[in-house]
Design a protein around this ligand. Structure first.
Ligand code: DQA
Length: 147
């Protein structure tokens, strides 16, 4: 069971800078993640919050709630939230960081991620497809054959 977390301002997808983030909404993204999960045979729960503390609590509780992997787009928290970094590193589940836009091709402050180093890896610039690739990875590493 995978947990897909979206952080601040991602509820504004479709309205917010469509030239950067596309015209599709958060609801479109969440439905696609559920459908990709179904293809993988994995239940997917999607949550979004504009509040850092809420994201931390969802991460703290994820394992005991039965999740086996986490996909997270931390939004701008990526670039400065040591609290989010500590929440990720303080729990055992594999986490993949995703960004819809290519953060390395944008403003300098977006080039730094304080969270990526405590994630399995980071996918950036591939739009919503990044979430699918992150789930493909989690399904592969969590499968009994690949351990
Ligand atoms: C983002 C990139 C961040 O720099 C930005 O603050 C976001 C969205 C992305 O998905 O491309 O909110 O994480």
């Amino acid at each position: 069971m995978f947990l897909v977390l979206n952080g601040p301002n991602l509820n504004r997808l479709g309205l917010r800078e469509p030239g950067v983030y596309g015209a599709q909404t958060l609801e479109d993204l969440e439905r696609q993640c559920e459908a990709w999960g179904a293809e993988l045979g994995v239940a997917v729960t999607c949550r979004q919050s504009n509040f850092e503390g809420q994201l931390l609590e969802w991460i703290h509780e994820a394992q005991e709630q039965g999740f086996t992997g986490i996909v997270i787009n931390p939004g701008a928290l990526t670039h400065y939230s040591y609290a989010l970094r500590d929440a990720i590193s303080g729990q055992p589940l594999p986490v993949v960081e995703v960004h819809i836009s290519n953060v390395d091709a944008r403003e300098e402050f977006r080039h730094k991620s304080v969270t990526a180093a405590v994630c399995r890896g980071k996918i950036s610039g591939l739009g919503f497809t990044g979430y699918r690739l992150a789930m493909d990875y989690l399904a592969e590493v969590l499968s009994p054959e690949t351990g």
